[in-house]
Design a binder for this molecule. Structure first.
Ligand code: PLP
Length: 396
């Protein structure tokens, strides 16, 4: 496909909806719904996530095939279940962590510390000390303050600079919280050179569930120019970390990983072969592999609108809907669709997870909801707020 004709520099800033349709080439992987239904029928004590590890393996293969030069380092936060991590280890993935609890989990599974990337740009001092003592070598920074902090603890740390890059067309922009802007990056590079710190790479995150491949191209070009600046200052850049953000199919169209790969591979040609290139996919690796199953605990009519209350809500793992993610949901009913307001079981008024969600009118107490592509950022978010149990994770 003449991708570059489609993702021109001009278009990469904003993709109109009709252009997005061209990208909707995503091949679907999903656990067998009949298997999911049978699991719920046979035993149900609380909400559960069913993960099919064959799909996790398939996603790793697909990622690597689409971007042969890029080694995926799974973002543990997306789903830190040890059974999922073991599959990723078997498939040869590396790892990216946000905290030392994630580090300990990986170490307990035999992952070598030197290959673990501590990509949280702002880390507690004691976490950096602990990670360094366990053998972690690579640390992200995105400010002069963090540069000073990490180097004061581990003078020979290998550092990578997280830069701010466009998050246009991403369902979860991350750019406002993290990432050095151009002037800040210049200051960080100059300080690193003066301190003789090993600022060895550049990283970025295009935003989670990124539906605009142009974000990667712009970010890789920006990174290339930073490599040049680093070299001029006597630093030795050798790592490019193209982050996470690879999207999965929900309600909106998405570009396939192959399409993103074409953009990335072509942009990477500007980097010499000895530059190590890695990525940090989270959602992409595990989302399609999971069905989240929960149950209606009650229904009500309020001001003429139908409400359903589930045994899992915002605090039980269904939280991404509050930021606009629209899941595809199946049920066992076939009545005509009406607009439902869907709430969680807690007494907190913010625990409403979907509004005007079209679902069968005959849904009632005791019915199951099967939420598709929910393997990422569901169980990982869940808490015991109000005394409700954490969802179970069933791995097949
Ligand atoms: C530093 C970092 N890397 C990778 C990821 C994974 O992103 P995604 O799940 O969108 O691939 C995240 C998500 O927040 C992140 O913060």
């Amino acid at each position: 496909m003449a991708l570059r004709a489609v993702v021109s520099k001009r278009q990469s800033r904003q993709l109109p909806a009709n252009v997005e349709q061209l990208f909707d080439t995503h091949h679907e992987s999903s656990p067998d719904i009949e298997r999911v239904r049978a699991e719920a029928r046979e035993r149900y004590d609380k909400p559960f996530l069913l993960i099919d590890t064959r799909i996790v393996r398939e996603k790793v293969h697909r990622f690597v095939a689409a971007m042969p030069r890029v080694r995926p380092h799974y973002a543990v936060k997306a789903n830190p279940d040890p059974r999922v991590l073991k599959v990723l280890i078997e498939e040869g993935a590396g790892f990216e962590i946000a905290s030392i609890a994630e580090l300990d989990l990986l170490l307990s599974l035999g992952v070598p510390a030197a290959g673990i990337f501590y990509s949280n740009p702002v880390k507690p001092r004691q976490y950096v000390t602990y990670a360094a003592s366990r053998g972690v070598e690579w640390f992200a920074i995105d400010s002069v303050d963090e540069l000073r902090k990490v180097v004061s603890i581990k003078a020979d740390a290998k550092l990578y600079l997280r830069i701010d890059t466009p998050n246009v067309g991403s369902d979860w922009p991350l750019g406002t919280k993290f990432g050095a802007q151009t002037a800040e990056a210049r200051e960080i590079l100059a300080l690193a050179a003066r301190m003789k710190a090993d600022l060895a790479g550049v990283a970025f995150h295009v935003g989670s569930q990124c539906r605009n491949p142009g974000n990667w191209r712009v970010a890789i070009e920006k990174s290339r120019s930073l490599f040049d600046q680093m070299q001029k200052l006597g630093l030795k850049p050798r790592l490019l970390n193209i982050g996470g953000g690879y999207p999965v199919r929900h309600a909106k169209p998405i570009p396939s990983i192959e399409l993103i790969g074409e953009v990335v591979n072509s942009a990477l040609e500007a980097f010499p072969a000895d530059v190590e290139v890695m990525a940090e996919p989270g959602r992409y690796m595990v989302s399609d592999a999971g069905y989240f199953v929960c149950r209606i605990i009650g229904t009500a009519t309020r001001s003429g609108k139908r409400w359903m209350y589930l045994d899992a809500g915002l605090f039980g793992g269904i939280i991404e809907t509050t930021e606009g993610l629209k899941y595809r949901i199946r049920t066992d009913r076939s009545g005509p669709d009406i607009a439902w307001t869907v709430a969680g079981p807690t007494c907190d008024s913010i625990d409403v997870v979907m509004r005007d969600e079209a679902m069968p009118s005959d849904l009632q107490e005791g019915d199951f909801l099967y939420i598709r592509n929910a393997g990422a950022y569901t169980t990982a978010y869940a808490s015991r707020f109000n005394g409700f149990p954490l969802p179970e994770l069933r791995v097949v």
